[in-house]
Design a binder for this molecule. Sequence first.
Ligand SMILES: Cc1cc2nc3c(=O)[nH]c(=O)nc-3n(C[C@H](O)[C@H](O)[C@H](O)COP(=O)(O)OP(=O)(O)OC[C@H]3O[C@@H](n4cnc5c(N)ncnc54)[C@H](O)[C@@H]3O)c2cc1C
Ligand code: SF4
Length: 491
Amino acid sequence: MSSTSRTRWLFAGQLGPVFDDGGPIMIVEARSVFGRRPMHRAKAHLILSALRHRAAELGDRVEYHRVERYSEVVTGRDDLEVIDPTSWSARRFVRRHGMAVLPSRGFVTSEPEFAEWAAGRQGSRLLLDDFYRTVRRRTGLLMRGDQPEGGRWNYDHDNRQPPPKNAARLGLPDPWWPEEDEIDAEVRDDLDRWQREGAVELVGDDGPRRFAATHDEATRALEDFIGSRLNDFGPFEDAMLGGDWTMAHSLLSAPLNLGLLDPLEVAERVVAEYHAGRAPLAGVEGFVRQLVGWRDYVWHLYWHLGETYPARSDYLGAHEPLPEAFRTLDPSMIEATCLRETVDGMRRHGWAHHIQRLMVLGNWALQHGYDPVALNDWFVDMFVDGTPWVMPANVIGMSQHADGGIVATKPYASGGAYINRMSDYCGACVFDPKVRLGENACPFTAGYWAFLDRVEPRIRGNQRMAQPLAGLRGLADRKAVVDQERHRERW
Ligand SMILES: Cc1cc2nc3c(=O)[nH]c(=O)nc-3n(C[C@H](O)[C@H](O)[C@H](O)COP(=O)(O)OP(=O)(O)OC[C@H]3O[C@@H](n4cnc5c(N)ncnc54)[C@H](O)[C@@H]3O)c2cc1C
Ligand code: SF4
C-alpha cells in the first residue's frame, strides 16, 4: 500500500503543515487521555482546541473521531500510517496495532543524526554544548564558514541580566493573544460536562485561551515575538518580575510542541532578524540555543536514556509527596512571594517562564526532596506545553539532579540571594533572603543549607559542589538551620 493511499493518523503533537503530505488524515480525540490524572484546564482546552481546529482546516480530508479510547477506532484497521509519535507508550501502541510507521518529524536533528552524533562521542558525556555546535555547523545557523557568527558560540555573558531596577514590568507591549471562536466555546462546554460527569479532574483557572492552537495563530505569535520582544529576550532571559508574567519570552513552546511550527523555520526566521540588523546577536544566539539546542537535546535524550530513566533515577533519595498547594495550584497556601506568584501564574495560565520553572519551582522541589517521578508527572499535567518527552531531561536530570549528573553536572540549588538578584519578589515578601534563622528566615536560603546538609554524603565527591559544601561546614548555626527547616510550617 503506498503512503498516500493509507490514512495518516495525526497525534496532538503533529498538527502543523510539516506532518501533512496531502493524503487522507485521521484525528482521534480520546477522552480517556484527559482523565488519566488531574490536568490543568488550560492544557486540556488547548489540546482539544488544536485538534478540532486542525480538523476544521482539513475539511473533507479528515475523519475525526470522538471516543473514549484510541483502540475503539484503530482496532482491526490495516490502512493506517503514523509519523512516529512522541512518547514511549504511543510508539508501543502504534506498533502493537500494526500501523505503518514513518520517521519522526518536528525537530531540527533527526533520530539517526542524533544516534550518529552520540555514537561518535564514544562513551564520553553527551554535552549540550557539543551537540549545539554540531547542529549549528550542520544547519549553518549563525555561522560564517566554519566559525560561529561574531567569533563565539555562546553569548550568555551578555544575556541573563537582572531585571531593570524599580521596574514593575519590562514595559513591552502586551503579547498578541488569540481570539477564541465557536470551537473554543464548544471545547469549554465539553470540558464543563466531562468534569460534571467525573470523567476528568481539571485544575487551574478557565481563562481565555492564551496559546496558539493553529499554524496561522502560531505564525502570528512568532511574528509578534519578533516584533516586540526578541530584542529584550537575551538580556532578560533569566529575570523575573512579579507584575510581568510573560517578560520577553516567546510563548512558543506550546505551539511548537503541538507541531504547529517547524523549529528550524522559527530559528531561521529569528536569525534573519539578526542578519537584517534588527536584533542583537547575543539574544538571537540565546534563543537559537534554546530552540535548536536544548529543545532537540531533551527530545533525543528522552529516547536515548530510555523509558526507565525516571524510575531508575534516585540519586538523592528524594521521596517526599508533592504538597497540596502544588497539586491544587492554590497560591493562597503559600507565603513566600516568589513561589506564590509562580504558582499563581500557573493557576491562571498553565505556564511559567523558564527561570520560574528551574530556580523557583524546581529549586524548591529539589530542596524539599519531592519525588522526582511525581514531580515530572506534575509538570507534564500542569503546563500547557508539558509533554512526556520534554520533561525527563528537564525535571529528573537538570532540575532535580536525580540522575546523579547525566544531564547537569551539579544540582541546580540556590538560596534566596539568587532569586533576590534576578527578581523583584523579595521586596514584597514576609521573609528576608539574607536571613537563614528565625521568624523571617527565607525558606529558600535556609532550605538551601538544609538541602546541602541532607545530600552532603551523596555529593561530596562532586568538585563543582566543593565550595558550597565548604560554606556549609563553616556555618556556625548549621544545626539550628537544619532543625528549623525540618519543622518549617510557614512557607
Ligand atoms: C523544570 C522544567 C520544566 C520544563 N517544562 C517544559 C515543558 O513542559 N515544555 C516545554 O516545552 N519546555 C519546558 N521547559 C523548558 C522551558 O522552560 C520552556 O520551554 C519555556 O519556558 C517555554 O516558554 P517560551 O516558549 O516562552 O520559551 P522561550 O524562553 O521563549 O524559549 C524559546 C524556546 O526554546 C525551547 N526551550 C527552551 N529551553 C528549553 C528546554 N530546557 N527544554 C526544551 N525546550 C526548551 C522552547 O521550545 C521555547 O519555546 C522546562 C524547563 C524546566 C527547567
Ligand atoms: S525572601 Fe525568599 S521566599 Fe521571599 S521572595 Fe525572596 S527568595 Fe522567595
